[in-house]
Design a protein. Structure first.
Lengths: 85, 189
């Protein structure tokens, strides 16, 4: 049930007091910082993606290369007449 | 709010999506109302200023996501402000404060009872304290912010029927409490 505190105010808060807290340029500065951070994060994600993609490409390339070398070694050992005896 | 005003606000929002500086017109227009709305739920000027700034910042961040859903833009502002206040109380883990203007409380008494005096105001505060938070929230939006049921439903994320039901139930409870008090007072005399 009720767990709230109810207070009674004789006067509403004055327009002057409210106006003192109104600061659009500060809000814009904060928003500007947020947009900058968002851009930086975006760039960071792109960089991470490129690095990961590059690493994946290198790993696949190395595996293919290794597979080829292994295949070549196997075929040379198979064609060696000494081994066929 | 007229259709022209809603359309005008929407045009400002469209401009603000491309250039956040265009948002200043809406900031100037709604700052007072949002400040008062938050202040009523905190009774702390500095905290209200922080939450108010957080509300407008959140609005700017999510401007791209805003879609017109048949309610004025201000309803979306109130919704974000309400979320900010609730987030604050969740983090603080304390009971919610409702700091009500006496003039409005008198009007509320007039709706639940005929006439008012100091004693009735005191009783009203006691009865309001007994109401659950969701009922106090609808009463605040209905009688202190003059919102219609459609807007209340949007702000509190409930159905329009739900908003009406909550309001009427809250008023019924207040009426019942007043009747009980009056009967008790007459019976003891």
């Amino acid at each position: 049930m009720g767990q709230n505190e109810i207070r009674l105010r004789r006067d509403p808060i004055s327009a002057g007091k409210i106006h003192r807290h109104q600061n659009y340029s500060a809000l814009m500065r904060k928003h500007g910082r947020y947009l900058k951070l968002k851009k930086m994060l975006y760039v960071l994600y792109v960089v991470i993606f490129v690095i990961l993609f590059g690493l994946l490409f290198i790993v696949i390339h190395l595996q293919k290369k290794q597979g080829k070398t292994l295949h070549q070694t196997e075929s040379t050992t198979n064609t060696n007449p000494a081994n066929q005896k | 709010m007229s259709e022209d005003e809603i359309r005008e606000e929407y045009a400002i929002l469209e401009r603000a999506r491309r250039n956040p500086n265009a948002f200043s017109a809406l900031y100037e227009k709604y700052f007072d109302r949002i400040f008062n709305y938050i202040y009523r739920q905190t009774d702390d000027e500095d905290l209200t200023a922080d939450l108010c700034s957080q509300t407008f910042l959140s609005v700017l961040k999510n401007l791209d996501r805003y879609q017109f859903r048949g309610v004025p833009f201000s309803a979306w502002l109130y919704k974000i402000a309400s979320n900010e206040v609730n987030k604050h109380y969740r983090n603080k883990k304390s009971s919610k404060v409702f700091s009500l203007e006496e003039v409005r409380v008198r009007e509320l008494i007039d709706m639940a009872n005929e006439g008012w005096d100091e004693e009735l105001i005191g009783q009203m505060l006691t009865y309001l304290k007994e109401l659950p938070t969701d009922m106090l929230e609808v009463l605040e939006l209905r009688f202190f912010e003059d919102k219609n049921f459609k807007e209340i439903a949007f702000i509190l994320d409930i159905t329009e029927g739900g908003a009406k039901m909550r309001t009427y139930r809250a008023l019924d409870r207040l009426r019942m409490n007043f009747k009980l008090t009056i009967t008790y007072a007459n019976g003891t005399k």
